[in-house]
Design a protein around this ligand. Structure first.
Ligand SMILES: Cc1cc2nc3c(=O)[nH]c(=O)nc-3n(C[C@H](O)[C@H](O)[C@H](O)COP(=O)(O)OP(=O)(O)OC[C@H]3O[C@@H](n4cnc5c(N)ncnc54)[C@H](O)[C@@H]3O)c2cc1C
Length: 486
């Protein structure tokens, strides 16, 4: 008679419990994958991360609630949860959440509450364990497993390690280096204390014109700010609003197969013209590009990807990452009152002055013209420094020292396979380390918004399930489906 072996379940450790780490833990628990799941995250609640831990009331989700579900098979899960939570009195009243078109844009912290709420039963049942700590160092054991050193001196062993450390802190642009440590510089726009110190009548310069810049302006406005704001960015374009989408676009950007970046641009332009001719906003086409983003990106070679990033990224970012209608209304009001303007150009110098202000010089885009103006505050909203994600994080630095991870060639995060496994500096696939969330977007494509993060986490959960069943030689999920092992 064959001997039966009882093997210990795989220890899956997720570093980072923002939306990516929390949704992966949730999918693993929902699928009842036979693994032990530990999430290491210093914040009190899983699912909040950088985006959803804010308590600022003007910070709203920028994608309507019916698109922000944890469960890709149940699009209305968040919207349903909102209704239930409001009806049962668990949510404070928010009469501004409905922007008037039936689309709900609740406060971002409410979305964090939803994710934490969905995960709670799995935490209580012990299917997921949350350790409130930061990973400070990682070593490799002789059997190839990894030993994590935590900030509370704890040690955790991982058979599989998932990096879900998300958005690195923003970097201060070189031109502002002389202001570091000085009062007029607001280096971290996500820190409410720094924004609360901006005087109400200040002359404010914001570097960056996208979503974070819009968040900052809405926050200042809520604080009773009465001064002037100048936003400067390379193209001077601000994040667009949602407009009206009558019906979803059905254009297929993947068939026939794309011939490169210019072909994609041509097809998107044609689709927008068609949509406009039918009285439909361009938003329908951009949503379609976003929905097919993974397939589009993976169909392009690395030269085409580089071209897209170099020439089209700004345009993509301001049209795809749209602002909530409530925030758009604030920006429009301030522009209308002559208190907010957008400039296209780049800063050439920023000199601190004796009176505490900063003399800033910039060159307007497409000209040689230098303009100068004093400001009382300079706020950096140029976004997380993804190209420096390894250096700024001890967990990632330790894995890089062990030769287990490498930056992706496009500077968007970490190098991965399409199935989510980390690649080492020699391009070899790991069978220990997986990458979740925006860190993997160099390979996966559009992977920043909550809908895409949830889908990616589901794919990683399926990959882990296969690995737990078959070991490192696991077939792909497509192969497993084809042979009926799904
Ligand atoms: C300000 C902002 C607003 C957004 N708003 C929306 C929106 O309205 N709608 C939408 O669809 N998308 C939105 N997004 C995008 C999206 O939801 C995020 O990309 C998503 O939150 C990514 O989550 P994450 O878990 O990968 O990263 P993060 O949220 O950055 O979380 C990473 C977590 O890892 C932890 N961590 C890091 N290093 C360590 C370590 N060494 N040890 C332990 N823990 C560690 C951190 O504490 C953090 O909690 C927003 C993004 C941002 C930045």
């Amino acid at each position: 008679m064959p001997m039966s072996h009882v093997t210990a379940p795989l220890r899956v450790v997720i570093v980072g419990g923002g939306l990516s780490g929390a949704s992966l833990a949730w999918h693993l628990a929902q699928m009842q994958v036979p693994v032990v799941v530990t999430v290491i995250e210093p914040r009190a609640e899983l699912g909040r991360g950088l985006a959803y831990s804010t308590t600022e009331p003007t910070h709203r989700i920028n994608v309507p609630a019916h698109r922000m579900s944890l469960d890709p098979d149940h699009h209305d899960d968040f919207a349903d949860w909102l209704r239930e939570a409001a009806a049962s009195g668990r949510l404070p009243p928010d009469d501004q959440a409905d922007a008037g078109r039936g689309d709900l844009f609740p406060r971002r912290e409410v979305f964090g509450q939803y994710v934490a709420d969905r995960l709670a039963p799995h935490l209580q049942a012990g299917a997921v364990r949350h350790l409130r700590a930061r990973v400070q160092d990682i070593q490799r054991n002789e059997d190839g497993s990894l030993l994590l050193h935590l900030s509370d001196d704890g040690l955790v062993r991982a058979d599989l390690l998932v990096l879900a450390t998300g958005h690195p802190p923003p970097a201060v642009p070189k031109v502002l280096a002389g202001l570091s440590g000085q009062g007029p510089l607001v280096a971290d726009p996500y820190d409410p204390a720094q924004l609360a110190r901006v005087p109400k009548d200040a002359r404010v310069l914001i570097m960056g014109a996208a979503l974070t810049s819009a968040d900052v302006i809405a926050t200042l406005d809520r604080q009773g700010f009465q001064g002037q704001i100048t936003c400067i960015s390379r193209h001077g374009l601000r994040s667009r609003g949602h407009g009206e989408v009558i019906r979803e676009s059905e254009v297929d950007f993947t068939d026939p197969p794309l011939q490169g970046a210019s072909d994609l641009l041509r097809r998107v332009r044609h689709a927008i013209v068609d949509d406009l001719a039918q009285g439909q906003g361009w938003q329908a086409t951009i949503q379609r590009v976003r929905d097919q983003g993974g397939a589009i990106w993976t169909a392009l070679d690395s030269a085409a990807r580089r071209r897209l990033l170099r020439h089209l990224r700004t345009y993509w970012d301001v049209h795809r990452f749209r602002i909530a209608p409530q925030v758009e209304a604030v920006l429009d009001r301030l522009i209308g009152a002559g208190r907010l303007r957008y400039l296209a150009g780049h800063l050439t110098s920023a000199m601190p002055q004796a009176d505490g202000s900063v003399q800033v010089a910039w060159r307007l885009r497409g000209t040689r013209q230098i303009q100068r103006q004093p400001f009382d505050r300079v706020i950096v909203t140029t976004g997380p420094a993804h190209d420096r994600c390894i250096d700024g994080n001890p967990a990632l630095s330790a894995l890089a020292r062990l030769g287990l991870i490498a930056p992706d060639p496009l500077g968007l995060g970490l190098d991965t396979t399409l199935r989510g496994w980390a690649r080492d500096p020699k391009g070899r696939d790991s069978d220990r380390v997986l990458i979740a969330g925006p860190l993997a977007r160099g390979q996966v494509g559009e992977l920043v918004g909550a809908p895409e993060c949830s889908v990616h986490s589901l794919h990683l959960a399926q990959e882990i399930a296969l690995h737990a069943t078959f070991g490192p030689t696991a077939p792909s999920i497509e192969h497993a489906r084809a042979v009926g092992q799904d």
